[in-house]
Design a protein around this ligand. Structure first.
Ligand code: PLP
Length: 379
């Protein structure tokens, strides 16, 4: 393992002492030549694997032509990406930005403008990002504490508690904002009944139903969007992480039926819709086909089966290749360190949960290698 050069960085992350210099598929290579099998994928971002040829070629070609125009003008990659997302959604309009938190910010503003209301109904234990607005709708008191007062008008209901949700909804609710699988909160899925109840409540109160698919979107759970497995269509959704396979991008996608609330001047982003990132994102959208999605479900089932009977594991949760491994006794940090020593990268989510979110393209052989190491560490 190489020593990280000290650098004048603000202290926001507990970084491992490794410097990566190359990537290929499900592998990362450190500056000392050690290779690591990557089940973190840049925190559920690199869906097609490192240096995947399709987004790589698309980004390269666009880099050679045009990098940036601002949103005062159109570019072909941005228009194409909006169309690809609309086709996947079944009719929608997009706003592009640069991160998940920015997509959530856009969703909050959109819901308020569309309904002329202020209330945002989110869930306890949710995570929607670190910017001031996204933090205001994040239901984790420890993350919010030092930054109060945050945006007013936000209420939190308990996940999978329909009564709690109904009690918190009212005539001032602009939107109900849900992660279908709470990712940072520990990989906890919402039940189909709860999501269906949220849809009914939103309709009853004239509020928008918004799904934050920053982590669950782009094939991560075995369908292009996670909502497709539940059959509950949102009015809007947010995307980021996997959208451009690691280039920075976020999107607010609003259904055709709910579109039309923003007018020029309401919202914007200098870099949003950047042609290079949009070109890469178009290639990602095109690469996520039925075969890849079937493989995601199959590989997720294999991982779940292999890990759920291990002595150190009390439960494996999640869907597709977004899995939470609840540890019976050990701390995630200790397991992460033990895996790192065996050149396997795994992450954490919540208090007692390992997060496994490998590239969706991880091969069966590589998955077997990861399972062997996890079996050894979690025995
Ligand atoms: N929403 C969800 C569901 C997330 O998981 C995250 C990040 O983990 C965000 C929003 C924030 O995304 P970003 O870190 O790109 O701002």
């Amino acid at each position: 393992m190489s020593a990280t050069l000290s650098a004048p960085l603000l202290d926001t992350y507990a970084r491992a002492d490794i410097t990566f210099v190359d990537g290929e598929g499900a592998w990362l290579f450190a500056d000392d030549g050690t290779r690591y099998l990557d089940l973190v994928a840049g925190i559920a971002v690199v869906v097609l694997g490192h240096r995947h040829p399709a987004p790589l070629a698309a980004a390269h070609a666009q880099l050679d032509r045009l990098w940036h125009t601002s949103n005062l003008y159109g570019t072909k990659p941005m228009r194409r990406l909006a169309q690809l997302l609309s086709d996947r959604f079944g009719g929608a309009q997009a706003f592009f930005c640069n991160s998940g938190a920015e997509a959530v910010e856009a969703a909050i503003k959109y819901a308020r403008k569309a309904t002329a209301r202020t209330g945002i109904l989110a869930l306890e234990n949710s995570f929607h990002g670190r910017t001031a607005g996204a933090l205001a709708v994040t239901g984790q008191p420890a993350k919010r504490k030092a930054f109060q007062p945050l945006l007013p008008g936000v209420t939190f209901a308990r996940a999978n508690d329909e009564q709690s949700l109904a009690a918190a909804a009212g005539p001032d609710t602009a939107c109900i904002l849900l992660e279908l699988i709470q990712g940072e909160g520990g990989i906890h899925a919402l039940t189909p009944e709860f999501v269906a109840a949220a849809r009914e409540l939103a309709d009853e109160h004239g509020a928008l139903l918004v799904f934050d698919e920053v982590q669950t979107g782009m094939g991560r759970t075995g369908t292009f969007f996670a909502w497709q497995q539940l059959g509950v269509r949102p009015d809007a959704l947010t995307l980021a992480k996997g959208l451009a396979n690691g280039l920075p991008i976020g999107a607010l996608v609003v259904s055709d039926a709910a579109a039309g609330a923003f007018v020029p001047g309401d919202h914007g982003s200098t870099f949003g819709g950047n042609p290079v990132t949009c070109a890469a994102a178009c290639a990602v959208c095109e690469a996520i086909d039925a075969e890849l999605l079937d493989a995601v479900a199959r590989k997720g089932a294999r991982l779940t089966q292999a890990l759920s009977t291990l002595p150190a594991v009390s439960e494996v949760r999640g869907a597709g290749l977004l899995l939470g491994v609840e540890l019976a006794r050990e701390k995630p940090a200790d397991v992460i360190a033990a895996c790192l020593a065996r050149h396997l990268l795994v992450g954490a989510a919540g208090e007692r949960t390992l997060r496994l979110a490998p590239p969706l393209t991880i091969t069966d052989h590589e998955l077997g290698q990861a399972i062997s190491i996890l079996q050894e560490v979690l025995a």
